[in-house]
Design a protein around this ligand. Structure first.
Ligand SMILES: N[C@@H](CCC(=O)N[C@@H](CS)C(=O)NCC(=O)O)C(=O)O
Length: 208
C-alpha cells in the first residue's frame, strides 16, 4: 500500500491532510507551491488534468476531487479506525449523503456568496442581489446542519468521522473568510469549537 499526497497548506487539500493524519495511514507528502505554479507543470497535470490540490496517488493510481478521495480513504482505511461506516451499512448511506451535501450544497452556496462579497474575489465581479440571495441560501443550509447537530456531538452521531473532518476544512476557514456570524446556531458553534481542538486540525491550521 502506498499513498503520495500532493498538498498545499490552507487550501482544499486541508481536509485530506487532516483525514490522513486522523486515519494514521503512512503516506508521503509532496508540497505543491501554488504561487509558483507547480500545479500547472506537465508532471502534475499528468496526475490531475485540473492542476489542483488535493491530488493523491494510491497504489499507483492518481485521484482528484477531495470528496472522491475522502470516500476512497474512508472505505480503505476508515472503517477499521471508526472514522467511516462499513460499506453497505445504513450509516454509510447517511455518511455519503452528508459528505456530498457539505461539498456540493453547502460549500457551493458559501463559495457563491464569497464570490459576490469577499476580497478574495475581484470587486467588479461582486453583485449585491446575488450576495443577498446566496446569503439566504447559506443561512438555510447552516440551519439544517445546526438541526442535524441537535443532540448529536458529531454529524453522524457519537463519533467524529471523515464527514466532520471534511466540514471543518470548509467551515473553519469559510465562515470566517465570508464573515458569517453563527452565534445563533448554538449546536454548530459547539461542534466547530470541538473539532477545532483536535490535534490534527490544529496542526493543519497552523501550517504555512
Ligand atoms: N473541487 C476541488 C477543488 C480543488 C481546488 O480548487 N484546489 C485549489 C486550492 S483551494 C487549487 O489547487 N488551486 C490551484 C489553481 O487553480 O491553480 C476539490 O475539492 O478537490
Amino acid at each position: 500500500m502506498s499513498i503520495t499526497f500532493y498538498y498545499a497548506p490552507q487550501s482544499s487539500a486541508f481536509r485530506i491532510r487532516v483525514s490522513l493524519a486522523e486515519l494514521d495511514v503512512p503516506h508521503e507528502v509532496v508540497r505543491v507551491d501554488l504561487r509558483a505554479g507547480d500545479q500547472k507543470k506537465p508532471d502534475f497535470l499528468a496526475l490531475n488534468p485540473n492542476g489542483k490540490v488535493p491530488t493523491v496517488v494510491i497504489d499507483g493510481t492518481p485521484m482528484f476531487e477531495s470528496v472522491a478521495i475522502q470516500i476512497a480513504l474512508g472505505e480503505r482505511y476508515g472503517v477499521q479506525k471508526g472514522l467511516w461506516p462499513a460499506p453497505g451499512s445504513p450509516e454509510q448511506l447517511t455518511a455519503l449523503s452528508w459528505l456530498v451535501w457539505g461539498q456540493v450544497s453547502l460549500f457551493g452556496a458559501l463559495f457563491r456568496y464569497m464570490a459576490n462579497t469577499s476580497d478574495y474575489f475581484p470587486k467588479e465581479l461582486h453583485n449585491e442581489k446575488q450576495a443577498e440571495q446566496t446569503l439566504t441560501e447559506v443561512r438555510a443550509l447552516l440551519r439544517i446542519l445546526d438541526e442535524r447537530l441537535d443532540g448529536r456531538p458529531y454529524v453522524l452521531g457519537e463519533r467524529c468521522t471523515l464527514v466532520d473532518l471534511d466540514f471543518v476544512a470548509m467551515l473553519g476557514w469559510g465562515l470566517m473568510a465570508a464573515k458569517i456570524d453563527i452565534a445563533d446556531l448554538k449546536n454548530l458553534k459547539g461542534w466547530l469549537d470541538r473539532i477545532a481542538e483536535r490535534p490534527a486540525v490544529k496542526a493543519a491550521t497552523d501550517e504555512t
